[in-house]
Design a protein around this ligand. Sequence first.
Ligand SMILES: Cc1cc2nc3c(=O)[nH]c(=O)nc-3n(C[C@H](O)[C@H](O)[C@H](O)COP(=O)(O)OP(=O)(O)OC[C@H]3O[C@@H](n4cnc5c(N)ncnc54)[C@H](O)[C@@H]3O)c2cc1C
Length: 552
Amino acid sequence: MAAATNQIPVLIVGAGPAGLALAGDLGWRGVPCMLIEQGDGAIEQPKMDLVGVRTMEFCRRWGIADWVRDAPYPGDYPQDYVFLTSLNGFELGREPFPGRAFEACPAESPQKRERVPQDMFDPILKRFATSFSCVDLQYLTALLSFEEAADGVRATVRDARTGETRTITADYLVGTDGGASLVRETAGIPMSGKPALTYTTNVLFRCADFPSLHHMGRGYRFIFIGPEGTWLTIVAVNGGDRFRMSIVGTPEKVNHTEADIDAALRRAMGKDFDYEILSVMRWVRRELVADRYGNERVFIAGDAAHLMSPTGALGMNTGIQDAVDLGWKLAAVLEGWGGADLLKSYGIERRPVALRNVAASTENLGRMLATRERKPPPEVFEPGPQADAVRREYGAWFTESMRHEWFMNGFHLGYRYDDSPIVWPDGTPAPPLETQTCSQTARPGARAPHVWLSDGRSTLDLYGRGFVLLRLGAEAPSGEGIAQAAMAAGLPLQIVACDEPKVLEAYQRRLVLVRPDGHVAWRADAEPADARALIDVVRGAKARQAHLEAAS
Ligand SMILES: Cc1cc2nc3c(=O)[nH]c(=O)nc-3n(C[C@H](O)[C@H](O)[C@H](O)COP(=O)(O)OP(=O)(O)OC[C@H]3O[C@@H](n4cnc5c(N)ncnc54)[C@H](O)[C@@H]3O)c2cc1C
């Protein structure tokens, strides 16, 4: 590839949450990158609003958890989920949740999920990414095309202000350019799955006196069930005067008109009321995962790699996990200690997580729409004590079923890289993957468990920059062989000794090697016979299989 004056290590295309998180993670690691975005950063209609607990753990690592906590979504706004016939009709069931300021951290994490919509969260990620001088964020700059060669990528971009096109050359290109990804398409990567689950219309509207217009109280999400089953949801987007109505729709193509939108709002309220429509977004709910996550020099992450129903709040959170998995690997390769196979492990680790998450999100959608099969009995819509009993019974079934969506730590925290080529298995059987709960494990491939340390830190606070070798308990081996092998390979490694029994109890071995993304790479009670082989595997320099076969 011809030399160019503006050669950069990593070009990221698309400054949604996945691109901003990747740029921020690279900046945090001191890796120069350019992030280009065709828009100007304004968010017409926020999509995501639940920042999951694992994403909050990353924010904690990056030092920005307080920024998320201090976002203007009111901490005391109740987060109840309410199932109802209409806002002035009948309540069928309710899952009460406190305002986000009052929700406790789960036992498995030093953080908790946060209700912070995209128009509050993206600016936080932007502030984080641009706090690093090595991150160059350029709005109004669109990728037009690119070519991948053995030694880099040549991209053509257009500046919307001047209309001029220019060429950027980069060692690596990452497409975080959303569902219609040009990067994915140009890289020749198909997606597989279900291209249309529902055709949905989202309407962002303003109504300052919304809570006083009905008797359901303040809540985060209202799910409306009519004689035809679930047909509409309304969520409190900013815990104040903004709400998002979603006409859930069906797999058949439909274009909801202005009249449909008006009728839906009035039917939901159960009477006339005044509102101001701020924006309308027609979108298709999909269940799709890219067949692979990149080529040699080009990768995709976030919605470019997977598209799922929002039921479960896994979309962006899965994308941010992608960014964290890819960030340290790009850094390792650019710094020279990452092996030839390290970047290949990105898709091998992340694609199975996406396949699991898209399927779970569709299952949640199925639960929400199960009322279309098991339709409410007619009494549900009638007054009277006998009808109350029918409502209670029907509502109890729905409320219980929907808990699968509200409690998903098995997905948010429990994802693992069991079969990764850069993880060294310890011979123990894989525990079952959980869905609603997450039992922590330090088995190689898993997220290293959180344990509170006596000095007030979490074990998670030890991880992030390079590898960490934990020496647990008074009798832990020195780890000297691993340290020397790491030094010889240029792999950044810090040794941390800890003799707090609860940490050894959670990690189960005296030596535990934790990767920069906070996943366990290896664990044992003694130093490995061939420390160099271990280091070569975890940095993607040698195939694990060859070592395992040689050792057997
Ligand atoms: C109603 C709804 C609610 C949701 N709620 C949640 C939730 O609570 N939690 C959750 O985790 N997820 C949620 N999601 C999903 C979440 O919004 C997405 O997964 C997330 O926005 C994807 O982020 P991204 O950065 O990958 O892509 P996007 O947010 O789509 O960003 C892609 C960016 O790339 C830019 N771009 C595209 N092409 C180019 C180009 N050629 N050149 C330059 N720039 C380009 C675009 O302008 C865009 O800014 C929800 C989705 C919907 C629809």
